[in-house]
Design a protein around this ligand. Structure first.
Ligand code: DP6
Length: 330
């Protein structure tokens, strides 16, 4: 099915624009990753995934009427050229929701996370845009519908509609409306995420192209849905019992399993830089010394640490540049 046909069924008979739509959405880190699509048009996943949101780190988006007679996209205060990949994706997404309205819009987004450095700014970006559009066009969509719609912008954005631990259920319907996130509502106040920034440079192959290449060329990918399903169960158990070791071990093995499928693609996909590997060894060394720390990685060179509040000082000593996020602090 085409996105436009799916969205049409959710829009009011006449779409009416308000003055302004404004929203914040947090970035999220998957503990069980989304990797591979069964439908590339609708971003329907081959496996369910589970993430934790990054509190204050994310995207803040404002949608208003454009005063130039053309759609405008501004990112972190910089006007984006209309034929840039970023602006085209944003305008294409807006166009799904404006019905017959021809009125051009100004979409202005501030990201307080590095764009395209493996810190999932597309997740918070499309979630914030979806929330802002819902307000601007008075769409009155439910949270579930907002999540399913954000998914059509970027899969991981389905999870950024919610905060805390969030599961994106894969769904089975052709129109994808059962493929949305749900919130688990299991706060874990002591949990900490540490961002180790290896590089903020734009990566050469984005997640979208990377997962497609993996699905098409890696025989190893056959084992991925099984790994993900087993990990999802373990994560539910770990979150339910606040079993940190189970959470960390599962997340780390899940990330490395995903990277194994990438490395087994052709041409091979290795997002790791020497500094990424050095950080992994450091984590393993610290763990051998008795520190409870684990890592996860997305389609980029950066490492995200998982640890508990009690070990924050020790980790700041080991990684002086660490940015620490408390996902459940208010
Ligand atoms: C490795 O959501 O960016 O971060 O749906 O094509 O936009 P598209 O992909 P995207 O992929 C994220 C992949 C990941 C794992 C995850 O966040 O679950």
């Amino acid at each position: 099915m085409r996105k436009i046909d799916v969205v049409k069924g959710l829009l009011p008979a006449t779409v009416v624009a308000g003055e302004r739509g404004e929203a914040f959405a947090p970035s999220n880190i998957a503990l069980c990753k989304y990797w591979g699509k069964r439908d590339r048009e609708l971003n329907l996943p081959i496996n369910a995934s589970l993430s934790v949101s990054l509190a204050h780190l994310g995207s803040h988006t404002i949608v208003t009427e454009s005063d130039t007679g053309a759609d405008r996209v501004v990112l972190n205060g910089i006007e984006q050229s209309t034929d840039s990949k970023f602006a085209r994706k944003v305008v294409e997404f807006v166009s799904l929701f404006r019905g017959d309205l021809q009125q051009p819009v100004l979409v202005s987004t501030e990201n307080n996370i590095p764009t395209a450095a493996g810190l999932a700014s597309s997740a918070s970006g499309f979630a914030a845009l979806m929330l802002a559009l819902n307000q601007f066009y008075n769409l009155n969509l439910t949270d579930i519908e907002l999540s399913a719609c954000a998914r059509m912008g970027s899969g991981s954005a389905s999870r950024s509609i919610f905060t805390g631990f969030v599961e994106w259920q894969m769904g089975h319907r052709d129109d994808g409306m059962d493929s949305h996130a749900i919130v688990l509502d299991k706060p874990w106040p002591d949990l900490r995420i540490g961002l180790v920034k290896v590089t903020t440079a734009e990566k050469k192959v984005d997640s979208r192209a990377g997962m497609q290449r993996t699905v098409e060329s890696a025989h190893l990918y056959q084992s991925w849905p099984l790994q993900a399903a087993a990990d999802l169960e373990k994560l539910h158990l770990a979150i339910g019992q606040q079993d940190f070791m189970l959470l960390g071990e599962t997340a780390e093995q899940n990330a490395l399993s995903m990277h194994a499928t990438m490395i087994a693609s052709w041409p091979p996909l290795l997002y790791w830089q020497p500094e990424s590997v050095a950080a992994m060894h450091k984590v393993w060394d610290l763990r051998a010394q008795g520190l409870q720390v684990y890592f996860t990685m997305d389609a980029g060179p950066n490492i995200k640490l998982l640890f508990q509040q009690q070990d924050e000082a020790a980790l700041l000593e080991a990684f002086p540049e660490l940015e620490v996020v408390a996902p459940f602090s208010s």
